[in-house]
Ligand binder design. Structure first.
Ligand code: ADE
Ligand code: ZN
Length: 344
């Protein structure tokens, strides 16, 4: 189905909208692989590894997914990751996500992983990285989906811990393309991680950071100025700082926005009030992503559908966001050109 740029997408029946959005080539640039661990797989891995979960069944796990803010989510999310013990566990989790992403029309996935969540439990760095990496290779081979890993530092831990984590990952330097910064934002500003990001840049790694999810616009400034990141994860609080909005537009910095995440973590009360379209109209490079789909009730296609039904987005605006995602990815230029050329 070919739609003119001015078609208002909310007027389409849901299935037609979903089909049109699925056919758009898109990159997912903000996806925590531990956040793609579905309760069914969590239980299967708990049984495989003899781990006791504090829930009787899958329904009870899902019922616990009612969050009031970022921290209330993170507490449950880190507890769920305790079932991950072996290389096969990491492979299976990533493979499940990648199959789902391919079915959503994702042609490129840049996947965050949190090694500190696992190494502090005694899981070896190599188990984590090799398990995830083999799933990425399999995705290219079996699904034609290009996938790459981004190692994230947990910002509630110290910079010394982050530096040690980066050094411990260096034997697998060719298995990840960049570093990121996630976990509890408030009270943990980007400048706390200046040295480890400088070290990562010196190693030729790409850099991204969560900033302005719950935290103030000042954190977005310091992610750009101090960490010199190439993309901002979330960034929705930029709207409170007109000078920052102008800067983001001028510099063409991509924001990896996660609408259903913002709704579930009470960053917004209603998707109809989400600022994604206002950010887009202000000239920002907005992209749509899922963050932690198993916890927030939606993969990337669900996020596209939800914003198209909540906001008066046109086909041209949504094509623009999908194109932003491809352009802002760290994939080779030749791949980006091929994907963009396939855009309806
Ligand atoms: N880790 C997983 N999801 C996250 C989010 N939305 N913000 C910060 N850290 C996270
Ligand atoms: Zn995130």
């Amino acid at each position: 189905m070919t739609l003119s740029d001015d078609t208002l997408l909310s007027t389409l029946p849901t299935e037609a909208l979903r089909d049109w959005l699925r056919a758009l080539p898109k990159a997912e640039l903000h996806l925590h692989i531990e956040g793609a661990l579905e309760p069914e797989l969590m239980f299967a891995l708990a049984e495989r590894n003899g781990v006791r979960l504090p829930y009787p069944d899958v329904a009870a796990v899902r019922a616990a997914y009612a969050f009031s803010d970022l921290q209330s989510f993170l507490d449950i999310y880190y507890a769920g990751a305790a079932v991950l013990r072996t290389e096969a566990d990491f492979h299976d989790m990533a493979w499940a996500y990648l199959q789902r992403a391919a079915a959503d029309g994702v042609v490129r996935a840049e996947i965050f992983f949190d090694p500190q969540t696992h190494t502090t439990r005694g899981v070896a760095m190599g188990m984590v990285i090799e398990g995830l990496h083999s799933a990425c290779e399999r995705a290219q081979r079996e699904l034609g989906l290009s996938a790459a890993l981004i190692l994230c530092f947990l910002r509630h831990l110290s910079e010394a811990d982050a530096l040690a984590t980066l050094e411990a990952a260096l034997p697998w330097r060719d298995r990840f393309i960049g570093v990121g910064l996630d976990s509890s934002e408030r009270g943990n500003p980007p400048e706390k991680f200046a040295q480890v990001f400088a070290r990562a840049r010196a190693l030729g790694l790409h850099t991204v950071a969560h900033a302005g999810e719950e935290g103030p616009p000042a954190y977005i400034h310091s992610a750009l100025d101090v960490l010199q990141v190439e993309r901002i994860d979330h960034g929705v609080q930029a709207e409170h700082d007109p000078a920052l909005m102008e800067r983001l537009a001028r510099e063409g910095t991509a924001l990896t926005v996660c609408p259903l995440s913002n709704l579930k973590l009470c960053v917004v009360n209603d998707l109809a009030q989400h600022n994604l379209q206002r950010l887009l109209h202000a000239g920002l490079k907005v992209t749509v992503n899922s963050d932690d789909p198993a916890y927030f009730g939606g993969y990337v296609l669900d996020n596209y559908v939800a914003v198209c039904q909540a906001l008066p987005l046109s086909a041209g605006e949504v094509r623009r966001m999908a194109r932003h995602s491809l352009e802002a990815s760290f994939a080779p230029d030749s791949d980006k050109a091929r994907w963009c050329a396939a855009m309806a």
